[in-house]
Design a protein around this ligand. Structure first.
Ligand SMILES: [Zn+2]
Ligand SMILES: [Zn+2]
Length: 178
């Protein structure tokens, strides 16, 4: 009987240890792939929220579910025009949620507690998202790309980050989605 049982895999080199760099790269890649669901014609951002190695929520930037989408109004090919970009910026500010905000909202909708989870975001979180994430008792945030016009966090925000013991780590991955 024992001979007919499948052999257990004993090659430890195949096992990814918890908190290993490889684990973070895997979830970072998933966040980047998830960005492809975004209907924003300017930037595509993906967010994956992970707890105990389980993905408990995902989000991409965009309008609330059921509302008109960025791609229904704007064209990506025209975004190089500063006036057009300005119009999109106004629309985006009032209508589009960031990937982190949508992932948090989705977790709330389905009743998944985020307390103490790990965030993987394809783009570095803005200050608005950062203070929201900080209020979820999240201590680890990973990202792969900087926003092209990203302004450094203010001294107050940097102080909050260190006071709360939040670690924000960049992970370089090949072919990031933007
Ligand atoms: Zn947009
Ligand atoms: Zn944000």
């Amino acid at each position: 009987m024992i001979e007919s049982m499948p052999r257990l895999e004993t090659n430890n080199s195949r096992v990814i240890s918890r908190d290993s760099h490889e684990e973070h790269v895997i979830f970072m890649n998933i966040a980047n792939q998830y960005a492809k669901f975004s209907k924003c014609q300017s930037k595509r951002v993906g967010c994956v929220i992970v707890k105990d190695r389980v993905i408990i929520s995902t989000g991409c930037n965009g309008t609330p579910a059921g509302a008109i989408n960025c791609c229904d109004i704007f064209e990506a090919s025209k975004m190089s025009d500063p006036e057009y970009r300005k119009l999109h910026h106004e629309f985006s500010n009032s209508m589009e949620c960031h990937a982190e905000q949508n992932a948090i909202a989705k977790a709330a909708r389905f009743g998944n507690p985020i307390n103490g989870a790990v965030f993987y975001v394809s783009m570095k979180p803005c200050e608005q998202c950062l203070k929201l994430i900080a209020n979820l008792n999240v201590k680890q945030i990973y990202y792969s790309s900087e926003y092209d016009k990203f302004i450094e966090y203010s001294p107050e925000v940097n102080k909050m980050i260190s006071q709360l013991g939040i670690q924000i780590t960049k992970i370089n991955i090949p072919d990031p989605v933007i």
